[in-house]
Design a protein around this ligand. Structure first.
Ligand code: URA
Length: 443
């Protein structure tokens, strides 16, 4: 296939036809187009954008690159959620088992770490033995048995996204509305869903920091979903500070387990419940937000959600004891406490700096073939607006060697501001609900 003319056309602001997108994605997926040509095309897309018809064609081509989960006459409602990417965002690990414990099936296909953000697959794989690369048949059987599976892209399922996602991660081509939308929606539309809930991040740590960009991304994905028969809604949530306390794969998995056991940080639980309410309403299993929330809190308090996670872990080859005893997760070689440099108010905890530091310390990829170290990261116990005293412990750094520890400390010095008073108000945790009918402000 002749790729150079396509790259040149996109570079010069032209559009590719649906047939060209389809042929290109198919050729890239089966290895007939090299990474360097695809990387050049992705960069042209990032700079020039895609016409509406091109985005539809790219999404459909990525969807067609693999098979779909087909549940035929199985009547259990299937709903999933996907986040546009954040730091400390371990919501999926709590939400998928929680919603499944409420009787809605969640066939969840996730991604790995992308850019400065963490990925659900890397967090799950911190659990000793956990397999995210199930076959289509295994995934379907598990959904029908347990009501939930947590998998990644494989040669059978969403293979085009699997390759493009990994390439974008290491070529500076993540931050583009059409590429994010096609990546997310091609995966989600392959899951055989009855409805989809999106968590669109906004603020400095989001791939697209501005509110208008987050709204446009939400609207773009909703249109792709609705046009393909999948009712889709989105909540806009804050990513101007990390979500929860832990940032880094095994640390986040541990925090998610604590959340399933009823000990989750407040912001993580609020976002989880808000998305869970949308999922139960979309499934039609509850008619009001109040009842949906009650069902979720009951599933958590009764231990059913934690038990569901244990079953998922066991079914996917992981050590199910992890839920009872998270200390079986891999542990960092070096742990040190970081103290507040002065007395004052925490003005910011900058998620992009934290996320990049986790990657630099070994917790993410700089090249496609890099192995991820699950143990490294941070636990940050303060949020913007908190008062602190000089010398008070406000974070812990988890590193694999003294070099990593030094990087971690430098990152915290830059990321956490302590001043006399708060200068910029933190974003509301959950600010907008977007659906095909429009945008609703929640605060
Ligand atoms: N999540 C995805 O699956 N893809 C993106 O491009 C960003 C977030």
């Amino acid at each position: 296939m002749l790729v150079v003319p396509l790259i040149e056309r996109k570079r010069d602001g032209g559009a590719l036809t649906p047939e060209e997108w389809s042929a290109l994605v198919a050729a890239y997926t089966d290895g007939r187009v090299p990474d360097y040509q695809m990387a050049a095309l992705l960069m042209a897309v990032l700079l020039r954008g895609l016409e509406r018809h091109e985005l539809a064609a790219l999404t459909d081509a990525m969807l067609a690159s693999g098979q779909r989960l087909a549940f035929d006459s199985w009547t259990t409602r299937r709903v999933d959620k996907h986040s546009t990417g954040g730091v400390g965002d371990k919501v999926s690990l709590v939400l998928a088992p929680l919603v499944a414990a409420c009787g809605v099936a969640v066939p969840m296909m996730s991604g790995r770490g992308l850019g400065h953000t963490g990925g659900t697959l890397d967090k799950l794989e911190a659990i000793p033995g956990f397999r995210t690369g199930l076959s289509l048949a295994e995934a379907k059987a598990q959904v029908m048995k347990l009501g939930c599976v947590m998998i990644g892209q494989t040669p059978e399922i969403a293979p085009a996204d699997g390759r493009l996602y990994a390439l974008r991660d290491v070529t500076g081509t993540v931050e583009a509305i059409p590429l994010i939308a096609a990546s997310i929606m091609s995966k989600k539309l392959a899951e055989g869903l009855n409805a989809l809930v999106l968590d669109v991040k906004r603020g400095s740590g989001a791939f697209l920091p501005k509110l208008e960009q987050s709204l446009e991304l939400a609207r773009t994905m909703i249109a792709l979903g609705e046009d393909r028969g999948c009712p889709t809604v989105a909540l806009l949530t804050a990513m101007d500070r990390p979500l929860g306390r832990a940032c880094g794969n095994a640390l986040e998995t541990e925090e998610a387990i604590l959340a399933l056991r009823g000990e989750g940080p407040e912001d993580l639980m609020e976002v989880t419940y808000a998305l869970g309410v949308e999922m139960l309403l979309a499934a039609g299993i509850e008619k009001t937000s109040k009842k949906a929330r009650q069902r979720l809190t009951n599933a958590l308090a009764s231990g059913l959600a934690a038990e569901k996670f244990e079953q998922i872990i066991a079914a996917q080859g992981g050590n199910p004891k992890t839920v009872e005893d998270p200390s079986v997760l891999p542990q960092a070689k070096e742990v040190e406490v970081y103290a507040a440099p002065r007395t004052g108010v925490v003005t910011h905890v900058e998620p992009r700096i934290i996320g990049r530091a986790v990657v630099a310390m070994g917790g993410g990829r700089l090249k496609v073939e890099d192995e991820v170290d699950p143990t490294v990261g941070f636990v940050i116990t303060v949020k913007p607006g908190d008062k602190v005293l000089a010398g008070e412990p406000i974070a812990s750094v988890f590193a694999r060697d003294p070099g990593g520890m030094k990087l971690g400390f430098e990152a915290l010095q830059l990321a956490i501001g302590v001043k006399d008073k708060l200068s910029v108000k933190p974003l509301p945790l959950i600010s907008h609900r977007v659906s095909k009918d429009g945008v609703e402000k929640l605060v």
